[in-house]
Ligand binder design. Structure first.
Ligand code: DOR
Length: 440
């Protein structure tokens, strides 16, 4: 049998137990078996040791929004490559969107993803089922069937549920399963042909814009429908100041809504598009500094509950074309933590708030059907991220495990790096500098 592993002398941060201090963690049989503060000795002497001195040890990250592309778009990503990329980013649970081919709108497709995840995945994969059949927005998917096959949410992501009646029904029915409905809020009538944020820069570049109002309109509608039905609404990739304000007011009224923001919307602006970099083309588009500041403020006051990557891998060929023909999307798993650490280094967010929004808060939205996630409590699955908060590195997409190298951060220097990731006690990623030794 495998020896227990002692993660020794790291700075343990676990918002669920209000812990932020140096200590050690013992992992046995895939579970957290002991957490000791300071120099406390573990109850078991015979174990392997990972020295985490100078590193942060926290629950593995949980991503409520990513695209693993399987089935149907295996040239962009597979469950094998996507989960390896997730592990490199410190993620131990990833929830995959159903805009695959075929879409995850029936039990067979969901079972397929689950079986591929069981055989090829290196971290936990939790599928999200479609709201509508074929993601066409015309007829509700068999939500009951999808719920019994184990989806953790419903979404037509990539597209909004534009038909208000369908969205009303989805929110209504989802209450029976206590699952959240995740909407991609975009009035696609207003964004038709849009390539980037609408404003001075889009005008200068001669690219058709996507106005903030396109997002704000659907957020406002969905909040009204959540109030009408009592269903749980989750707003995907919030990107506008107006949406943050609408969500804030809805929360004050007691509407059951949660919201996410992505690392790219929290740290980058539309100026990234000035050189027509197709790797910065994403939907919703990168917006203005004013929007970025509103999102960060929303994170701070918990209007924005969680951070989700919207990891959207595409091939180089997909992106190497005239701007208008490039697909939307940024490959996000492997740069997420480092870009977000920028908010910590600039003192806009505390480290423990950042960790909560990547661990415990998304776990709350998923619910506890999957067991205790997002915590280092004893008995919980040993899903652990270990990172160096201040190590500087340069993004080299050749090192990515993801097939998607589509990031506007290529060549950029970032500060903060994932050094090791454990999933159910197993080391699924480790930087070369990390050594596991036998205890002596
Ligand atoms: O940029 C995006 N890419 N936004 C989406 O909503 C979908 C995603 C994709 O699937 O590529």
């Amino acid at each position: 049998m495998k020896k227990p592993l002692l993660i020794k002398d790291g700075r343990i941060i676990d918002p669920t137990q209000k812990i932020d201090e140096v200590g050690s963690l013992l992992i046995a049989e895939g579970k957290i078996s002991w957490l000791g503060k300071g120099k406390a000795s573990p109850p078991q002497a015979d174990c392997d040791v990972l020295n985490a001195q100078g590193l942060i040890v926290c629950p593995g990250f949980i991503d409520l929004h990513c695209h693993l592309r399987e089935p149907g778009y295996e040239e962009k990503e597979t469950i094998a490559s996507g989960t390896r990329a997730a592990a490199r980013g410190g993620f131990t649970t990833v929830c995959c969107m159903p805009n695959t081919n075929p879409p995850l709108d029936n039990q067979t497709a969901v079972e397929y993803v689950k079986s591929r995840a069981a055989s090829e995945g290196v971290v936990r994969v939790l599928p999200i089922g479609c709201i509508s059949k074929g993601r066409k927005g015309e007829e509700l998917a068999e939500m009951g069937d999808l719920a019994s096959s184990g989806v953790i949410a419903f979404s037509d992501d990539g597209k909004p549920a534009l038909n208000s009646y369908i969205m009303r029904q989805a929110l209504d029915y989802s209450r029976a399963f206590d699952l959240v409905v995740i909407d991609h809020c975009e009035d696609t009538v207003l964004t038709e042909g849009g390539q980037m944020n609408e404003g001075i820069i889009s005008t200068r570049l001669g690219l058709r814009g996507m106005p903030n109002a396109a997002e704000d309109i659907i957020v406002a509608r969905d909040l009204a429908l959540a109030q009408l039905t009592g269903g749980r609404l989750h707003i995907a990739h919030t990107s506008t100041e107006g949406a943050v304000e609408l969500i804030r007011r809805a929360k004050e009224k007691g509407i059951r809504v949660t919201a996410e923001a992505t690392p790219h919307h929290l740290t980058l602006t539309e100026e990234r598009l000035i050189g027509y970099d197709t790797n910065a083309k994403v939907n919703p588009p990168l917006r203005t500094e004013r929007d970025v500041n509103a999102l960060v403020q929303g994170l701070k006051d918990n209007t924005i509950d969680i951070i989700a990557t919207d990891h959207a891998p595409h091939t180089e060929a997909d992106k190497l074309c005239e701007f208008a023909f490039a697909p939307f999307g940024i490959s996000g798993f492997e740069t997420a933590l480092a870009s977000l650490m920028g908010l910590v280094h600039s003192e806009q967010l505390t480290l423990s708030a950042l960790i909560a929004k990547l661990t415990y808060e998304p776990a709350k939205i998923i619910g506890n059907r999957q067991g205790k996630l997002g915590t280092l409590a004893t008995g919980a699955p040993a899903d652990v991220a270990i990172f160096d908060p201040s190590l500087e590195w340069t993004v080299d997409t050749k090192d990515f495990a993801s097939k998607g190298r589509n990031t506007p951060l290529a060549g950029e220097k970032l500060k903060g790096r994932v050094m090791a990731t454990l999933y159910q006690g197993k080391l699924v990623y480790k930087d070369d500098s990390i050594k596991v030794k036998e205890r002596n």
